[in-house]
Design a protein around this ligand. Sequence first.
Ligand SMILES: CC/C=C\C/C=C\CCC/C=C/CC(=O)SCCNC(=O)CCNC(=O)[C@H](O)C(C)(C)COP(=O)(O)OP(=O)(O)OC[C@H]1O[C@@H](n2cnc3c(N)ncnc32)[C@H](O)[C@@H]1OP(=O)(O)O
Length: 476
Amino acid sequence: MANVLRNSAKFGFSGVLSQLSIHSRHGRECVSPCFSLQQRNNSTSPKIKVDLDSSTGVAVLRMQSPPVNSLSLDFLTEFCINLEKLEMDRSCRGLIITSTLSKVFSAGLDIMEMYGKSPERCGEFWKAVQEMWLKLYGSNMATIAAINGSSPAGGCLMSIGCDYRIMADNPRYSIGLNETQLGIVAPFWFKDTLVNTVGNRAAELSLELGLLYSAPDALKIGLVDQLVPEDQVLSTAQDTMSKWLAVPGQNTLSHWLYRVRTLSLSHTGCTGSEHSPSHWLYRVRTLSLTLAVPGQNTLSHTGCTRSEHSPSHWLYRVRTLSLTLAVPGQNTLSHTGCTGSEYSPSHWLYRVRILSLTLAVPGQNTLPHTGCTGSEHSLSHTGCTGSEHSLSHWLYRVRILSLTLAVPGQNTLPHTGCTGSEHSLSHTGCTGSEHTLPHTGCTGSEYSLSHWLYRVRTLSLTLAVPGQNTLSQYTL
Ligand SMILES: CC/C=C\C/C=C\CCC/C=C/CC(=O)SCCNC(=O)CCNC(=O)[C@H](O)C(C)(C)COP(=O)(O)OP(=O)(O)OC[C@H]1O[C@@H](n2cnc3c(N)ncnc32)[C@H](O)[C@@H]1OP(=O)(O)O
């Protein structure tokens, strides 16, 4: 195993791809001649231990899968089942995640799961990884990671999926999304969660260089929130949890609101039940990987023909690009009008951003340069019927629109030219019950108006952009 990891770093991305068994888009399996690895014994003893203190409503989930708490399919399944049980248990309000192993919180995804497995097993594995993140990040419990050892890659994802991170003050322990250093790619939802934690620039550096941070450095960039002596990690987590639980409604409101954007991504672009979130996540990842593979990165359909961008640099950007454009059924660039090599990637990336902005500007709404020639992108579609609407007028309207949307019972928006239910929230790209308000935790009249306004404004920004109900709006 150590060999696999060493070779991962040594061979780089294309090396890993060629050395390990990879299931191509065609579902073919090519088992490496260079490694003859044995399956690790799958112990039947529980990999997770949960203790719920009914007097405090706080559960401690201990990961106990030696040697390094790697996230195998078995481990993840057990983890998710336990999480689900706690989520359903109304007496449980807080969750602390920690490790029983010395020196290691979690080594991240079990590399053996990415080697020599059937496409079905790969699918199951990735679904479980996504479930772990969706359940943790979308949890209604307050969650704290008590990081008492190293926590690379998927271990870091698990940590940043929590509300708060307390790490052992030991410079030998490290944490970070180091996938790039292994020559592989952190999925975009790893990236989103990291961005939400440390901000854009730190995340960019971190991902492009595949950085692992020592505990003190992790604190400096905000990847963890607090360092304490190793023997106080759990007790500090427990003290901290009581503060979190003292915040009224913390586990329904502020907690949730912040996450809705990120979690919405997993739904956006799914137009029907055939696209489950995990299906979609899987697709985008495949797309990103495909786009990003050196040697396959001519990206002809994106107009990017050059190799001057290093893979890691490129990977980071392609993910953003993919998110902007890779809506199933719309995932070629042709509909954006960018048809050839005259556009360099950076030029292009810049354009795409502007493009999204431009789509919303009255008077430019035919967007000939984007290849959108039809009424589907005209402003009339948004309720603005002509050039009589100046930009400021429009901007003003949009602001009003958001406010109006926020008033329960007035969200049909009559003054915007939207006369019917077509401009209800469901018209904004929410095609199923997953995008109704209850999905955001706002279930009805028990919430006061101010509460509602605050929530719905966020919701509106996320979802209710007239005529722009595709993923592209997300990157603005
Ligand atoms: C291959 C890719 C193909 C396609 C790409 C597809 C998708 C891209 C998405 C990629 C997303 C990846 C997210 C991940 O999480 S990848 C996993 C990355 N993990 C790491 O880099 C961690 C590596 N491990 C370590 O740094 C150290 O082990 C650690 C600091 C955790 C502990 O160090 P310590 O010195 O205490 O122990 P070791 O002697 O190193 O290890 C003990 C044994 O454990 C085995 N081990 C370690 N990590 C893993 C792992 N992630 N999965 C499985 N097994 C692991 C290690 O090999 C040792 O085993 P033995 O040699 O004793 O048998």
